[in-house]
Design a protein around this ligand. Structure first.
Ligand code: MN
Length: 308
């Protein structure tokens, strides 16, 4: 995924208090377009920049793709973040400047670590046609690794645990005694929950802040409905969460220790200040090698420099 709309950087102004966990805060996402595909961007929001180290979340679709046209996001750069790609339906081909070429399917995880710089594309597979539905999230890297080497992992199998009548798949981190094999540079967690009708009680780490991202169906939390296209922010201090649904539903639960910094984000870069972002973008525009080369039939994505 690529935050191709440079105005996606909402100004800082966190107004949601992580220490006020008494009631869920429901935030509306906003519609955006990446490649040719419509998304609902639920993080960052003006009121909420990060949930743990999670700093970006786009719901992709549901929409239809053809064998030749999918997300159609040409090579573009990243720094200072990990991309977490998770599909509910469909297939996407990932290519990157490390030479990776990986088709991802539902239930699998693509995890790309940008470090000091990487580029990638997200393409049609050449053979899959049908619905495409999923989520792409970014995790801000801590100072300890954000200037490090880029990397890519594909996990075809992830641990699953039963929680009452729900099934949890652990994308990253530890949940209910099971640990994902995915790389983790900060103390954070991401799980997919498939719910059946009724109430599910989900155990949480009270030292983390958490948020819910519904992907299918309407969830009821603290007597409030939360729907796809919204994010439910839970703050810190909860040791469990009751979720009610009146039919099959799915969501991502993300959380983590409060992030060490408020990251500065512009386009596809996560940094600590504007100078770092300008330097990265100059490298991308000059194609000076920092971001390597991604072999792709799609054109490199180029946008103007930031206005400052
Ligand atoms: Mn991307």
């Amino acid at each position: 995924m690529s935050a191709q709309d440079p105005t996606s950087d909402v100004p800082p102004g966190r107004t949601v208090d992580p220490m006020e966990p008494s009631r869920i805060e429901v935030l509306d996402g906003r519609h955006a377009t990446v490649g040719e595909f419509g998304v609902e961007r639920v993080l960052p929001r003006r009121e909420l920049r990060t949930v743990g180290a999670w700093c970006f979340a786009d719901l992709m679709g549901p929409g239809e793709v053809t064998t030749e046209h999918g997300l159609d996001i040409g090579p573009h750069p990243h720094i200072g973040l990990q991309t977490v790609t998770w599909l509910i339906d469909g297939e996407v081909l990932h290519r990157d400047s490390l030479g990776s070429e990986q088709i991802i399917r539902p239930g699998q995880l693509n995890l790309m670590t940008a470090g000091r710089g990487v580029s990638h594309s997200e393409e049609a597979t050449g053979r899959y046609a049908g619905p495409l539905h999923g989520v792409q999230l970014w995790v801000a890297q801590p100072d300890a690794t954000r200037h490090g080497e880029p990397a890519f992992e594909h996990h075809a199998e992830l641990p699953r645990v039963e929680i009452g009548s729900a099934e949890a798949t652990i994308l990253v981190g530890v949940f209910n005694g099971a640990a994902s094999p995915a790389r983790r540079d900060t103390d954070h967690v991401g799980i997919d929950l498939s719910l059946r009708s009724g109430r599910t009680t989900v155990p949480l780490d009270p030292s983390f802040e958490h948020a819910l991202i519904p992907t299918i169906g309407t969830l009821i939390v603290d007597d409030r409905p939360i729907r796809p296209g919204q994010l439910g922010y839970l703050g810190v201090g909860r040791d469990e969460l009751d979720i009610e649904v009146d039919g099959p539903a799915r969501l991502l639960l993300i959380g983590g220790a409060l992030f060490e910094h408020q990251p500065v984000m512009w386009w596809n870069y996560v940094a600590r200040n504007r100078k770092e972002i300008v330097a990265a973008h100059e490298s991308w525009l000059a194609d000076d090698g920092r971001f390597g080369h991604t072999s792709s039939p799609l054109d490199r994505v180029v946008i103007d420099s930031p206005p400052w």
